[in-house]
Ligand binder design. Sequence first.
Ligand code: ADP
Length: 255
Amino acid sequence: MSRVAAIGIDAGSTTCKLVAVDRNGAILGSLLEPTEPRVEVQVRRLLEAIRDEHGAGQAVPTIATGYGRKLIKEATRNLTEITCHARGVFRDLGRAGTLIDIGGQDSKVIQIGEDGRPVDFMMNDKCAAGTGRFLEYTAARLSVPVEELGVRALSTTDEEPISSTCTVFAESEIISLIARGAEPDAILRGLHRSLVGRVVSMARNVGIVAPLMLSGGVAKNQAVRKMIAEATVQGVILPDEPQLMGAYGAALLGI
Ligand code: ADP
């Protein structure tokens, strides 16, 4: 008999994640792909793949979260990313406190209560600044792959301040900086500082309660982690797989 007790699906705006868990909440397997235009078709394919891999039947509870969650017909339930990220991170780190989740097109600050449920949150899904998209879009001008952004930004102590808060204007600013011979890594450092400034100011509005935790794909970026820690004068902690926390939390809530 299959050990899969539940499957969580996070149909995000940028990436699509699936996590299968056993009845104790241990991760048995996961899948992650860039989100395709027809996310419901993509999820059907990924769901079949994860079920086949683990011998799981169609009756296994399947919980959807993320931007496209309402499109997922196979889901037994759908839940908000706030609930799912809080649950996943709480289970992984075992701590109440403030969680900052930075995804591809939005960022959120979530207060996790003693029982792992969200007690307060704030979300920015209106403006690309303060999201992964801001770094991806602006860094494309410098031809740096997303996985290298953080290392490159930390490779120098020089920093070109980026004054534009808007993604499109920030790109124009980069073009001018390049034309003036500015160092690409120093520009990257300035871009990271700008993103972190936005996210930290949102966290301050909600109120930071230690420990400060991170989730979402952008938590994989070491410069973002370091600058958040510096700006808040706090250590930050994060799960091993920050990008999977929404799907993991969804799966846990299906057990
Ligand atoms: P969503 O759930 O909103 O689709 P994710 O939480 O999957 O978004 O985060 C996607 C973002 O994570 C991308 O915009 C990308 O910039 C960033 N990202 C993904 N992998 C890495 C990595 N290895 N290093 C730095 N950033 C990353």
